[in-house]
Design a protein. Structure first.
Length: 414
């Protein structure tokens, strides 16, 4: 693919004006990453240099840590980020191996959202992990990351109703808990289009979806992944089941808190049974209001139930995208006995390490800063300035804004 979709407003509102957050930017949660507009750099601007974190924070953040079967180099995680650069059959693009290998000095890379089935695809040019070609493509990536001493979990993302038929291999409408449209648009090969009303999954199809996740997890392991992260966040299929605004079902997957949480628990249990709990993780974003998702007054209660149930499975980690409910976050920390990965969207650099230092999180995940800084860890350690992310090249396009962000060494040599 040589076209940069972002130029065509891949996601609604992208590039229109400052008050319009595109879905992906809304997912990123940070429309204006902290920057020093006076500093210049290879991508236009450099973020500010920051004082080195306190010694205690440095020690914990940069120390190796055990995660399941693996010892990670440090407690920093690359958050999952869709880049829409896969081939049209869902095989990861050739440059993806270099992109991920460049960032292998973080303790753990969580890959871009990857569909477990044709039904699971929502956006254009996202990778899959369910065919032999997908497995071969991902093998190149995992080998490249491992060669650099890194670790990688593939994020399994079923987009559910956040899908357009023109973006999927079978050209069918998205599937969802209920036939309720998200009320959003999506970029397709022929431009922006409204997302149509999805087809409600029959009960047997929900059970088949669990099996699709299980199959994809097996294939990810065949491709050399160290584990998989179930995408239960950001308004995609699993979170659609949580939210009464998207889930009006009357079967075992709708109605009560227990029923709405059931799919997430079944997917996690099925994958843990297939590849081992220590290679299975889940991402959650309690309280998200993206694209028509409203978890209602019962939302926090649903997460308390869900996290307690998931905790019993002994998964590798839970990854929370924090949307601001501090008391729920504190409860999740108490209910979850395993490793907790925390992502605070838009978190300033000066605060990096504080959640690990306080013990709230075991690992901290960062998205855009890692996207823009292949040597994110080295820059943190030395207090060096960060490249600023170029939002125009987030989705689709060439190596520009993908594999060409310079490392500190290159900047200093220039
Ligand atoms: C370009 C881009 C693509 C993203 N794609 C995904 C995705 O595939 N899966 C996911 O769970 N989150 C996705 N996110 C959200 C990030 O994982 C992260 O939560 C968000 O960027 C906030 O963290 P940050 O401020 O450190 O970037 C994406 C964010 C960005 C910027």
């Amino acid at each position: 693919m040589d076209q940069c979709y972002a130029n065509y407003h891949l996601y609604p509102g992208a590039g229109a004006h400052d008050d319009d957050a595109s879905p992906r930017e809304a997912e990123a949660g940070a429309r204006k990453p902290p920057s020093d507009p006076t500093a210049t750099g290879p991508h236009g601007r450099l973020g500010p240099a920051a004082p080195l974190p306190k010694e205690t924070i440095v020690n914990r953040l940069f120390d190796p840590v055990r995660l399941g079967r693996h010892t990670l180099q440090n407690r920093l995680v690359m958050a999952p980020m869709t880049r829409s650069r896969a081939q049209f059959d869902g095989t990861p693009g050739e440059p993806a191996a270099e992109y991920y290998a460049q960032r292998a000095s973080v303790g753990l890379i969580v890959t871009e959202g990857t569909q477990p089935s044709a039904d699971g695809q929502g956006y254009l040019a996202t990778p899959g992990i369910y065919t032999d070609a997908h497995v071969a493509g991902w093998r190149r990536i995992t080998d490249a990351v491992h060669a650099k001493g890194g670790h990688v979990f593939v994020q399994l993302m079923h987009a559910g109703r956040m899908s357009h038929p023109d973006n999927t291999p079978h050209r069918r409408p998205g599937v969802a808990p209920s036939a309720i449209a998200p009320g959003a648009g999506m970029f397709t090969a022929s431009g922006m289009q409204d997302i149509p009303v999805p087809r409600a999954l029959a009960t047997a199809e929900v059970r088949q979806t669990v099996q699709d996740f299980r199959h994809a997890a097996r294939r990810a392991i065949e491709a050399g992944a160290d584990g998989v992260e179930i995408h239960g966040a950001n308004a995609y299929l699993i979170q659609q089941f949580f939210a009464p605004s998207a889930n009006a079902r009357t079967d075992a997957y709708g109605g009560s808190i227990e029923n709405r949480a059931r799919l997430a628990i079944e997917v996690a249990a099925a994958i843990a049974g297939e590849i081992g709990a220590e290679r299975t993780a889940i991402r959650l974003s309690p309280g998200t209001t993206l694209w028509g998702i409203d978890e209602g007054a019962e939302g926090p209660g649903l997460y308390r139930h869900l996290v307690a149930e998931l905790d019993g499975l002994g998964l590798a980690y839970a990854h929370v995208v924090h949307n601001g409910d501090e008391s729920l976050l504190a409860d999740i920390r108490k209910l979850w006995k395993g490793m907790l990965v925390l992502n605070r969207p838009g978190r300033p650099r000066a605060d990096i390490g504080t959640d690990v230092a306080s013990g709230l999180a075991d690992l901290e995940a960062y998205g855009q800063m890692v996207l823009a800084n292949p040597d994110f860890v080295a820059r943190l350690k030395t207090g060096a300035p960060m490249n600023e992310a170029d939002r125009a090249s987030y989705f689709g396009g060439t190596s520009k804004g993908y594999t060409d962000y310079p490392s500190l060494r290159k900047v200093q040599a220039a």
